[in-house]
Design a protein around this ligand. Structure first.
Ligand SMILES: [Zn+2]
Length: 229
C-alpha cells in the first residue's frame, strides 16, 4: 500500500487527476471550482472535493458543473478503514511491476501519429491539413515502455469490489483509502451507491467514485463487514 501513502497534498490530489488527459484542462490538474467554492481534483472517473481551508496550496480557478445526480442520496453506511483494508487484502493479487524505461514517443508528432502540413499557394494563402506523421508512419511511439517485476504482489487494480448496489475498481478504492489516511479519518460515510458512489469523509471533504459494470472478466469481492474491531 506504500504507493498510496502520500507525504503532501500535491501527491494525493495528483492521484485523482490525469496530467495526460487529452483535451480537457479540468481533468489534468486540481483546481478551485468557482461553482462550488471547493478545490476539486478529478479525471472523470473519480473526484475529490476539499474545502480550501484544509489545503495549503493555491489552485487555478476553473468552473465545472456538478455530476448528474450529484446530491442524490441512496444509502447511509459507515465504512471503517479496517473494513476497507480487510477487503483490499482479500482481492486477487498481481505481481507488482515498475516502469524501468518509458515509452519512446515520436518527437515529430508528440506521440499523436498526426502532423499538420502547411503550404502556401500561388496567392500566398496558407493552407493547413492533418496528415499521418511521416517520421513514425502514424504509430506515435518507437518503443513501448519496459516494465520489471519487483517481486512483491499487490491487489489487482482492475479487480472489483461490491459495495451496496455499486461495483468499484480496486484502483479507485485505494484512492479513497489514501485520502482517508492522509486526512486521518478512521471511517467514512457512504451516502450514494447507485451509478456513482459518494463518500463523505467530513464536512469539508467528499469523494465520488464511479460504479463500473459487473462484467465477467474479473471476480467481484464483497466489502468485508467483520473488521470493525
Ligand atoms: Zn510521429
Amino acid at each position: 500500500m506504500s504507493k498510496f501513502q502520500f507525504k503532501n497534498e500535491a501527491e494525493l490530489l495528483a492521484t485523482f487527476s490525469n496530467p495526460n488527459y487529452p483535451g480537457l484542462e479540468q481533468y489534468r490538474h486540481p483546481f478551485l471550482n468557482e461553482r462550488t467554492g471547493q478545490v476539486w481534483a478529478t479525471d472523470g472517473y473519480v473526484l475529490i472535493s476539499i474545502d480550501p481551508h484544509r489545503l495549503s496550496g493555491d489552485y487555478p480557478k476553473l468552473k465545472l458543473g456538478e455530476p448528474v445526480g450529484f446530491a442524490k442520496r441512496t444509502c447511509d453506511l459507515t465504512v471503517t478503514m479496517s473494513m476497507l483494508a480487510e477487503t483490499l487484502a482479500s482481492v486477487p493479487k498481481i505481481k507488482e511491476q515498475i516502469e524501468v524505461h518509458p515509452a519512446e514517443e515520436c518527437e515529430e508528432c508528440d506521440g499523436t501519429g498526426e502532423v499538420m502540413w502547411e503550404y502556401t499557394d500561388g496567392g500566398l494563402k496558407v493552407h493547413q491539413m492533418e496528415a499521418v506523421c511521416p517520421v513514425c508512419d502514424g504509430r506515435g511511439i518507437f518503443a513501448k515502455a519496459v516494465y520489471k517485476e519487483t517481486g512483491r504482489t499487490i491487489p489487482d487494480p482492475k479487480a472489483k469490489i461490491e459495495v451496496g448496489n455499486a461495483i468499484l475498481l480496486v484502483r479507485d478504492v485505494q484512492k479513497l483509502v489514501s485520502a482517508m489516511a492522509f486526512f486521518g479519518a478512521d471511517s467514512v460515510h457512504l451516502v450514494r451507491d447507485e451509478g456513482q458512489t459518494t463518500w463523505i469523509i467530513d464536512e469539508d471533504i467528499f469523494i465520488i467514485l464511479m460504479s463500473v459494470p459487473d462484467g465477467n472478466s474479473n471476480p467481484v469481492t464483497k466489502l468485508k463487514k467483520g473488521g470493525e474491531s
